[in-house]
Design a protein around this ligand. Structure first.
Ligand code: ATP
Length: 255
């Protein structure tokens, strides 16, 4: 074999999962989502991106540095998972589109990027800054979440995961919502407007961006809100959060 030819072949990098969240605090459903996304969507690795200053919600209870520290402690030394501290360190509003632009520049035009989120977050997508641009930068992997209506993960999309006949154009832009769309109509639109974008896990490797890929994860009716509430009531959250997170919360008297 001609070794120089082998060395000249560009390294093929697998799909990278990008998992943003407030992580106030990180809990086991976050971790299961990342693990099961990696398996279901055949991701090489998943990078966690704690939001520094999330614009669409009340200020988190834990400071950005504390939320970052909790995620860092859990991910330390775990292969297949990485931490991106940029949103916390820069302290500007945490816009996912900005993060994806940065990661796209870092990883090159060809590498598939998959923005990971739960079905509740996907349902609110039209409220995100420059949301129509997200699919030009990455695929979106949408995990099932208990209590979240399945309407936004259309049966057609889930069925397509076993249907080999999809031929939609991955480069086609999603239609935009009209300026007069009311909040009530947004959910209906999101499913309708983006239906042509739904695809299967196998579609991820064939384009760097552009598909919405629903996937099913172990249903865990856990939220950070519920964990904060339990802590505020003096109730145990052991095994709802990793032990390292619980130690950190107790040591620093957060929540
Ligand atoms: P909060 O209760 O404070 O809103 P959260 O538990 O929803 O927090 P976030 O940090 O806001 O956690 O979520 C980060 C991402 O993880 C979001 O995309 C969210 O949909 C997803 N996620 C969180 N919990 C679950 C769960 N139990 N099942 C599926 N996805 C989840």
């Amino acid at each position: 074999m001609n070794e120089s030819r082998v060395l000249a072949t560009p390294a093929v990098q697998g799909a990278l999962g990008v998992f943003g969240g407030t992580f106030d605090p990180l809990h086991i459903a976050h971790l299961r989502l990342a693990i099961e996304a990696r398996e279901a969507l055949l991701l090489t690795s998943v990078v966690f991106v704690p939001a520094g200053n999330p614009p669409l919600r009340e200020a988190p209870q834990a400071s950005p540095q504390q939320r970052l520290a909790m995620v860092a402690r859990v991910l330390a030394g775990v292969s297949g998972f990485a931490l991106d501290a940029t949103e916390v360190v820069t302290r500007s509003p945490s816009y996912t589109v900005t993060t994806l632009e940065r990661l796209r520049a870092q990883h090159g035009a060809a590498r598939p990027l998959v923005l990971l989120m739960g079905a509740d977050a996907f349902a609110r997508l039209p409220a995100w800054h420059r949301w129509q641009e997200l699919l030009h930068l990455a695929h979106i992997g949408v995990a099932t979440r208990p209590g979240q209506p399945a309407a936004l993960l259309p049966a057609t999309a889930l069925a397509r995961q076993s249907d080999n006949t999809i031929t939609t154009d991955a480069e086609k832009k999603p239609q935009m919502l009209g300026a007069d769309d009311t909040v009530d109509r947004v959910e209906v639109h999101l499913a309708d407007v983006l239906t042509e974008r739904f695809g299967r896990p196998a579609d991820i490797s064939s384009a760097p961006a552009g598909r919405i890929v629903p996937f099913t994860i172990t249903p865990l009716a856990i939220s950070a809100t519920m964990i904060r509430q339990r802590l505020a009531q003096g109730l145990s959250v052991r095994h709802l959060v990793p032990d390292t997170v619980l130690d950190y919360i107790e040591t620093h008297s957060i929540y």
